[in-house]
Design a binder for this molecule. Structure first.
Ligand SMILES: NC(=O)c1ccc[n+]([C@@H]2O[C@H](COP(=O)([O-])OP(=O)(O)OC[C@H]3O[C@@H](n4cnc5c(N)ncnc54)[C@H](OP(=O)(O)O)[C@@H]3O)[C@@H](O)[C@H]2O)c1
Length: 273
């Protein structure tokens, strides 16, 4: 049998973590060896039983460092998938890299400065790290179409819509989409009139190069994004809807396989497709 990739999921009892635990445990070339949760309620219980997919013989732990130490002792290079919280993710990544463990990071909310620092840290350690604010291949396609459209439109606004338990706003995907459009070296949305916001925030957040981002939070939503281009006599709208978190799993599994070949930090799923 080909060698198995040892994988630990951090945030294993969360909405994304549960799907990733299932996907990793079903992947032929991976072995789930650890499941980390913050809440001590489930510590010691089998993660498969906790998430309702049958016993996986992997107990839940809330001790991050010992788990990284254990993963670093595996014969094959180990991967930790982080789907936790913006407050925790920076420290988690640094600690994983310090142990020679490859992080695959889905958690959003890292600042550009933090990503830059982590990239330098990963470089020094010659350790691969993949940060993907969106694991959905459909979103990558939307971003590519947006970059293409931006050659022909000077006006663009982004609307991202998520469930109301999301901790950060705007979404990492919206920020990344704005960055991709900004990298083309043009300024969008030239102002034609003096605008007055009668309620602060009405025009959304101003991202790079004049791009506006609007965040909607409602129960019933999962993860959705529109990129709306306007031009004389026309509107061009690109939209992606994640109706179920299973849409992220092909991207997560691909990231786990690819991060083992990296020696530096890579930001964005599109870089490894
Ligand atoms: N890249 C992508 O494609 C993608 C897609 C969807 C979501 N996300 C991102 O993934 C992250 C998790 O999303 P989710 O919807 O799964 O959230 P969630 O359901 O709230 O799950 C978060 C998990 O992280 C744990 N956690 C929370 N705060 C923590 C902290 N300070 N330190 C350590 N662990 C902590 C939680 O543990 P307790 O339950 O014990 O508190 C829970 O297990 C978010 O940043 C979200 O934006 C990314």
């Amino acid at each position: 049998m080909a060698s198995q990739i040892p994988v630990v999921v951090n945030g294993a009892t969360g909405k994304m973590g549960r799907e990733i635990v299932k996907a990793v445990s079903q992947a032929q070339d991976m072995t789930l060896i650890g499941a980390i949760a913050r809440n001590p309620n489930h510590v010691g219980e089998d993660i498969g039983e906790v998430i309702g997919c049958g016993a996986l013989e992997v107990p839940v732990t809330n001790d991050y460092e010992p788990m990284m130490a254990m993963l670093s002792q595996e014969k094959q290079l180990g991967v930790v998938v982080d789907v936790t919280h913006p407050d925790a993710v920076y420290g988690n990544i640094r600690s994983a890299i310090a142990y020679g463990v490859r992080p695959v990071v889905g958690t959003t909310g890292l600042s550009l400065a933090q990503i830059q620092e982590l990239a330098e840290f990963a470089d020094k350690a010659s350790t691969g790290c993949l940060i993907a604010p969106n694991f959905s291949i459909g979103v990558v396609l939307l971003q590519q179409a947006a970059v293409q459209a931006s050659q022909y439109f000077d006006h663009v606004e982004i609307i991202e819509l998520h469930h109301n338990q999301k901790a950060d706003a705007p979404s990492g995907t919206a920020v990344q989409t704005a960055q991709l459009l900004a990298e083309l070296g043009k300024t969008y949305n030239p102002q034609l009139v003096e605008e007055t916001e009668k309620i602060a925030g009405a025009r959304g957040a101003q991202a790079e190069e004049g791009i506006r981002i609007h965040s909607v939070r409602l129960p019933g939503l999962v993860a959705h994004q529109e990129v709306i281009f306007g031009g004389d006599g026309q509107i061009y709208t690109l939209r992606h809807d994640a109706s179920d978190r299973t849409c992220y799993m092909p991207g997560v599994l691909l990231s786990i396989r690819k991060v083992l070949q990296l020696k530096t930090l890579v930001y964005g799923l599109e870089k490894i497709l």
